[in-house]
Write a protein that binds this ligand. Structure first.
Ligand code: BTN
Length: 229
């Protein structure tokens, strides 16, 4: 039996904002968002038929683990399409972004906002190439994706509770794109290039550069020479 309590709305500014008013284990879903947001203060284009939802959890001191928990749960939800995860939690199919995750703490809660391109995907002025389930021939609805996602969230959260972050990290690595390859990391005021060596025990990206190893805790990753993946 699921512990999630789903509230569904026709239209919201951002499901992450509404979620802040709800208790842990609530899930806020909207058919449309008018002010969806993404990581690093970017906007999230909320197109018809896509999934917009936010999961409310109690805020714990291992909150950052949930970035990886959500990434793995999303990848499992799309497993039939051979997804990859680009650090920290963008889900890609055929090298194109299909889903994004935005973690925001709020008082004693952690809000995990998830957007999945189900029926449509934006094409203009995008930082990365994008795709959608429909474009890949998968004719499902946003609510069907949400159902599967919540089942997988439950399973992956149970794994975190029982086995700790190391097990989540191991599964995340199986889905990772770019491991061992040259990448560019865009930070707020600089860019670094190097080899994506691994992720640390706390999920930080370890970049091997000509000046030694750098530990990156936040940034945008671009594959070098692989079509903007
Ligand atoms: C990203 O990749 O930049 C994260 C995108 C997160 C988008 C989702 S859609 C549902 C939730 N509400 C928001 O305003 N943002 C997240």
């Amino acid at each position: 039996m699921s512990k999630w309590i789903i509230s569904s709305f026709e239209s919201l500014a951002s499901t992450n904002d509404t979620a802040k008013e709800f208790d842990p284990y609530s899930v806020i879903h909207a058919h449309m968002q008018t002010k969806g947001r993404g990581r690093n203060n970017r906007s999230w284009q909320s197109m018809d038929g896509n999934l917009f939802c936010s999961i409310v959890l109690p805020l714990t001191n291992n909150a950052s683990a949930y970035s990886f928990v959500a990434g793995v749960a999303l990848a499992q939800t799309l497993a039939h399409l051979s997804p990859r995860i680009k650090w920290p939690n963008d889900v890609l199919i055929e090298g194109k972004k299909i889903a994004g995750i935005l973690l925001e703490p709020s008082d004693d809660k952690l809000i995990i906002g998830i957007g999945v391109n189900v029926k449509n995907h934006p094409t203009e002025n995008m930082l990365y190439q994008t795709t959608s389930l429909a474009a890949l021939g998968d004719d499902v609805s946003a609510l069907q994706v949400l159902d599967r996602l919540l089942e997988n969230m439950t399973d992956v959260m149970n794994i975190l509770d029982k086995h700790g972050f190391s097990k989540i990290r191991q599964t995340w690595m199986e889905y990772a794109t770019g491991l061992g390859l040259p990448i560019k990391v865009r930070l707020p005021n600089m860019e670094l290039t190097g080899i994506f060596e691994t992720i640390a025990d706390d999920g930080a990206l370890i970049l091997g550069t000509t000046e030694g190893k750098r530990t990156i805790t936040a940034g945008d990753v671009f594959m070098i020479g692989k079509n903007n993946e």
